[in-house]
Design a protein around this ligand. Structure first.
Ligand SMILES: NC(=O)c1ccc[n+]([C@@H]2O[C@H](COP(=O)([O-])OP(=O)(O)OC[C@H]3O[C@@H](n4cnc5c(N)ncnc54)[C@H](O)[C@@H]3O)[C@@H](O)[C@H]2O)c1
Ligand SMILES: *[C@@H]1O[C@H](CO)[C@@H](O)[C@H](O)[C@H]1NC(C)=O
Length: 284
């Protein structure tokens, strides 16, 4: 009898604490919506970005360089990557370094990170951006193509994290950024392997952040996961939209600006456009 009363009291107490925490989180959220947190400086950070030869990665490289960061540009396409470097140097910014690497290859990643650490220094901000998006019916994908999608979109994140996270943990300082997609939140037709890979990125980021948090290691390492919808980079070939006004494609420039803003505010997750994830969370 006494035991029963005791358990019920504990449960009620837990529910009460949970509700109080929910209230607090809601108000904190609303507060930050109105008064966004100050943006931290990225000047002097060593920012490694993958997929800088084109699109969002290129814009991220340019804008991080403009904010005074040292930018390490990693891409498999050295021609595109050199163009990015030139665009940044043309602005009179010289702390920018190109590296040729297939990020889906574990050994290549090990070698390139070793070289980067020696030539530039330890990476303090890692942006896993490189990704591919073939688009066809489920049965029309070849098995090798499905494997490639996972190698570039998912495994590459692991290979880079395995090389870079230890030094961040040692210094208890750093920021991990990953490009997922709204296709990592909702399933879309003709994109089954891509969606699966972007769901995986979302899970990986959430689980890794949780692991570090619960074990109190790397308490000053922040995580930001980005969920863009459509960015006009040529990655999405012929999007069909019913309400173009509401879902207007954003330019890579705007996308990069919003990504950097989220990083500087230490935000854990944002969609582009921003309200997308909010509506999704409420609906769910
Ligand atoms: N464009 C969009 O609408 C959109 C929407 C949601 C999410 N995203 C995600 O944003 C990220 C960037 O997309 P984007 O549109 O800028 O792509 P993009 O195709 O314009 O550029 C991708 C870059 O990654 C590089 N890359 C590809 N495979 C590589 C590999 N194995 N090793 C090294 N580099 C490699 C390419 O050479 C290219 O320079 C991707 O992860 C993508 O899935 C894009
Ligand atoms: C990580 O985020 C927390 C909370 O916003 C902040 O206090 C800390 O300085 C951040 N660390 C880094 C390396 O940005």
């Amino acid at each position: 009898m006494l035991l029963k009363i005791y358990s019920i009291t504990i449960i009620l107490l837990d529910v009460f604490v949970l509700l109080a925490k929910c209230f607090y989180a809601t108000f904190e959220g609303l507060y930050y919506l109105i008064f966004p947190p100050a943006e931290k400086s990225v000047a002097g950070e060593v920012v490694l970005i993958t997929g800088t030869g084109h699109g969002i990665g290129r814009e991220l490289a340019i804008q991080f360089a403009e904010l005074g960061a040292t930018v390490v540009c990693v891409d498999i396409n050295s021609e595109g990557n050199d163009e990015t470097i030139q665009m940044i140097k043309d602005k009179g910014l010289n702390r920018v370094y190109p590296y040729d690497c297939d990020v889906s290859n574990e050994e290549d990643v090990q070698d390139v990170v070793e070289l980067i650490t020696k030539e530039v220094g330890p990476v303090t901000v890692l942006v896993n951006n490189a990704g591919i998006m073939p688009c066809r019916h489920f049965m029309d994908y070849k098995p090798e193509e499905i494997q490639k999608i996972f190698q570039v979109n998912v495994f590459a994140h692991f290979w880079l994290l395995r090389e870079i996270l230890p030094s961040m943990i040692k210094n208890n300082y750093g920021h991990i950024v990953a490009l997922s997609s709204m296709a990592g939140v909702i399933g879309l037709r003709n994109l089954v392997p891509y969606c699966s890979s972007k769901f995986a990125v979302r899970g990986m980021m959430e689980a890794l952040a949780e692991e570090l948090r619960e074990e109190c290691i790397g308490t000053d390492i922040n995580f930001t996961c980005i969920f863009p919808y459509m960015v006009n980079t040529g990655l999405c070939k012929k999007p069909r939209v019913r309400f173009p006004g509401m879902l207007a494609m954003v330019s890579p420039k705007t996308a990069a600006k919003l990504i950097i803003q989220a990083v500087r505010r230490n935000t854990m997750a944002i969609s582009i456009p921003n309200w997308y994830l909010v509506v999704h969370d409420i609906v769910r």
